[in-house]
Design a protein around this ligand. Structure first.
Ligand code: FAD
Length: 418
């Protein structure tokens, strides 16, 4: 096995695979380390915003997106109790895709990894990163293949963390384990068939202690995903002894959100609910850490706004553009890592500029929706002015792309010459 690369990327979610494809297209040798075998189910609402669809298409997966994603998402609904408000999604005028679409993570993540393989990325899967030591210019990453005990060490000047947010990276030094808290948000997802969901509608639901959404992800599948506070879930489980956490979540949805039960009553569930979390919204990115963080490993917004895949893909693009630019300026040997410091500073600044406002809005929206009084107030406001939902979608980045269109055209050109 080859063990020395220009960059090693840990995690093949949308962030890791996007970065791997971009760097490989620029001529770098890249290893992408992923511990799970794909396709795998993933707790996610699976909605992708219009600008992110364009970025994914530029990576060369346009055909698969067109064939396998759900319909254009043209309207959004907010459901609480027995009430709901429907509004138009804003159109992304400067994007190849004017509307968002949803696509199952079983499909999206697999297609991206296969595309990475096609452009020359070394895919190390299922391998888990067990140890990351060193610093810019001289990183070492110990990886272990599933069900084996021997460790292989990869060497690289550039280390990229794209491992999501469910667990910490095995970095040298003390790791803080988070205490369980009543306010922790646990996440759930299940797929349903034959759900009579209005085509192109994305319903978001809010209830005491949580929020969620459902969407047509293509191929006759409707995904239902959401988050619920730990204390609320524990209370529900005490009432329904023996029921799984996911079943309690579904029963609560059916009782408390009429619009959801109307859809689910006519649908049938495929398999059981999957759960994950607690989710950990917040910023983990630091300009001085030495390794580069993208996607949820850099920071996470409350998933009520469905921007996580966008943040993953867009942050990967932002980082790769800065890495390529800084290395071209430097032009010197790789052992001089001042170009990495320049890229880190510029990336961190740009990341905050683009994503911090979205994260703050997502936080405000999530917390308004999870509480009885503010949730009812928000719904009342949206009933009076449905445009609040449309504008909210615009404010959280559904129509804006963080990436310069010239860069996208350049990558598109490189893809076509492959
Ligand atoms: C309930 C819910 C609903 C959501 N709905 C939406 C939505 O509708 N739209 C949207 O855009 N976002 C949504 N999100 C957010 C979205 O799922 C995440 O933001 C997105 O998956 C982040 O992508 P990523 O590439 O950073 O990380 P991930 O997708 O988490 O990928 C990380 C990968 O790293 C691998 N990994 C981890 N540790 C290691 C290791 N040590 N070695 C090797 N591999 C490792 C994991 O196996 C995984 O495959 C939702 C999230 C939740 C919880």
């Amino acid at each position: 096995m080859r063990t020395t690369f220009d960059a090693v990327i840990i995690g093949a979610g949308p962030a890791g695979s996007t970065a791997a494809i971009l760097l490989a297209l620029a001529g770098w040798s890249v290893a992408l380390v992923e511990k799970q075998t794909f396709p795998r189910r993933k707790v996610c609402g699976e909605c992708v915003s219009p600008p992110t669809l364009s970025l994914l298409a530029a990576l060369g997966i346009e055909q698969q997106l067109d064939l396998r994603a759900g319909p254009d998402l043209r309207r959004v609904a907010l459901i609480r109790g027995s009430r709901n408000v429907v509004a138009d999604f804003p159109e992304a005028r400067n994007s190849t895709y004017p509307w968002g679409r949803a696509i199952g993570r079983e499909t999206l993540d697999t297609v991206l990894v296969e595309q990475a393989r096609t452009v020359g990325v070394e895919i190390l899967q299922p391998y888990s990163a067990r140890e990351v030591v060193g610093g810019p210019g001289a990183w070492r990453c110990g990886i272990r293949r599933q069900a084996e005990s021997s460790i292989t060490t990869l060497s690289t000047p550039v280390m990229i963390a794209a491992h999501g947010s469910w667990e910490a990276l095995p970095l040298a030094g003390p790791q803080n384990r988070r205490e369980q808290r009543p306010a922790d948000l646990l996440a759930f997802k299940a797929n349903f068939h034959e759900a009579p969901l209005e085509p192109g509608l994305l319903p978001i639901f809010s209830f005491e202690g949580g929020y969620g959404g459902m969407v047509d992800t293509g191929g006759g599948v409707t995904t239902v995903a959401g988050c619920l506070r730990r204390d609320r879930l524990e209370a529900l489980r005490r009432e329904q002894t023996g029921a799984s956490a996911g079943d309690c979540f579904e029963a609560m949805l059916r009782t408390e959100c009429v619009g959801v039960s109307e859809v689910l009553d006519q649908a049938f569930r495929e398999g059981s609910w999957i759960g994950a979390g607690p989710i950990d919204p917040g910023i983990r990115l630091r300009a001085d850490e030495g390794l580069f963080r993208i996607g949820n490993a850099a920071g996470e917004a409350h998933p009520i706004v469905g921007e996580g895949i966008s943040m993953a893909v867009q942050s990967a693009w932002l980082l790769c553009m800065e890495l390529l630019r800084a290395r071209a300026w430097q032009g010197g040997p790789d052992c001089d890592v001042s170009w990495q410091r320049i890229a880190a500073r510029r990336y961190a600044r740009e990341w905050r500029h683009v994503f911090l406002p979205r994260m703050r809005l997502a936080f405000a929206f999530a917390h308004a929706c999870m509480r009885a009084r503010s949730g009812a107030l928000f719904l009342a406001l949206a009933s009076l002015w449905p445009g609040l939902l449309s504008e909210g979608a615009r404010w959280v980045g559904k129509t804006r792309c963080a990436i310069n269109p010239d860069a996208v055209a350049l990558i598109g050109g490189a893809m076509h010459s492959q």
